[in-house]
Ligand binder design. Structure first.
Ligand code: DOR
Ligand code: ZN
Length: 346
């Protein structure tokens, strides 16, 4: 018996596409399955202004292969110099769908991020007024805080005070990795959403560290212990409208992953939909996959859901390339470590 699953076409609410040769190499991997994606602005230099976002969007569309349809949803990188009027104009034009908060030093290319929240107060107030979401990388950067605790500490010491100071600010907790993240998002009211990556539904910290260090499983926030992975699975497969897919697919060439100081990021664009079907089937929640990948995200962002579809069928073990060969160098595709039987058609 063939098992078939047809979903509204999915969107990715957190994606790194980079630029230049890397962009050209990885964009088809996302555009093959996803209609739209929230495009992370942590380029070097970052995408800070409306003009930067407009130019980056044009480069993404120019890199899209003939015949593929894909809509990049642009995001501005919040700095202490961001102009509230520029943010408002970028949102009003329809070009920009969110602003990204990186605490300075939290992750890849976050040096231009925020150190002093009072310096971005006027921007946050403007965003609350116009309903523009703030996407938050939720980890403290204090080196005295254990890396596995940085998300939970951020929620208590930064995120919650920030939300109290800016009533009405719409916030996406990005790539949550902990039970505390799940609990805070679930209780946070209508102004709060949370994305969950594919890889955090599959790996825990043992996958990175036990039996030899596995750099391709290293990302930020780093995967936590098993109880947290199970809390994420429960949230993602619950159908709760606050939780939606943001893959955080983050390509780095192998030379920079397999390195004495390896970059953070798992590249999951190629096989995310097959992996999610597997995970949701394991949780007896295939009927809730569409909510997670295709309905909850647009609802939070106040955008129409896609009207076209994506079909998956169950069959022999799927084979995907171990690496995507970009002109910037090879990028290793996330390996879940188990066979997956859901094929994306087309
Ligand atoms: O693993 C990650 N990779 N986490 C981030 O926050 C940034 C991303 C990247 O840009 O490589
Ligand atoms: Zn990211």
């Amino acid at each position: 018996m063939t098992q078939t699953l047809t979903l509204r076409r999915p969107d990715d609410w957190h994606l790194h596409l980079r630029d230049g040769a890397m962009l050209k190499g990885v964009l088809p991997e996302t555009a093959r399955h996803f209609a739209r994606a929230i495009i992370m602005p942590n380029l070097v230099p970052p995408v800070v202004t409306m003009a930067d976002a407009k130019a980056y969007r044009a480069r993404i569309l120019a890199a899209l292969p003939q015949g593929m349809v894909f809509e990049p949803l642009m995001v501005l990188y919040l700095t202490e110099g961001t102009d509230p009027a520029d943010v408002a104009a970028a949102a009003a034009s329809g070009l920009v769908k969110a602003v990204k908060l990186y605490p300075a030093g939290a992750t890849t290319n976050s040096a231009s991020g925020v150190r002093d929240f009072d310096k971005v107060r006027a921007v946050l107030d403007k965003m609350a007024e116009i309903g523009l979401p703030l996407c938050v990388h939720g980890e403290v950067t204090d080196s005295s805080v254990d890396i596995f605790d940085r998300e939970a500490v951020f929620i208590d010491t930064v995120l919650d005070p920030l939300r109290r100071k800016t009533p009405g600010l719409r916030v996406v907790m990005e790539h949550i990795t902990t039970r505390q993240g799940v609990d805070y998002a679930r209780d946070g009211g209508d102004d709060l959403g949370a994305t969950i990556t594919t890889h955090h539904l599959i790996i825990n910290r043992n996958h990175i560290l036990a039996g030899g260090i596995k750099p391709h499983y290293y990302c930020l926030p780093v995967a936590k212990r098993e109880a947290h992975r199970l809390a994420l699975r429960e949230a993602a497969t619950s159908g709760d409208a606050r939780f939606f897919l943001g893959t955080d697919s983050a390509p780095h060439v192998d030379a920079l992953k397999e390195h004495a100081c390896g970059c953070a990021g798992c590249f999951t664009a190629t096989n995310t939909m097959a992996l999610l079907a597997h995970v949701f089937e394991e949780e007896a929640a295939l009927d809730r996959l569409e909510a997670f990948t295709s309905s909850n995200g647009p609802a939070f962002y106040r955008l129409p859901a896609n009207t076209n579809t994506l079909t998956l069928t169950k069959g022999d073990a799927v084979r995907w390339p171990a690496k995507i060969l970009t002109e910037a160098g090879p990028v290793t595709v996330f390996d879940p470590g188990f066979p997956v039987h859901w094929h994306v058609e087309g």
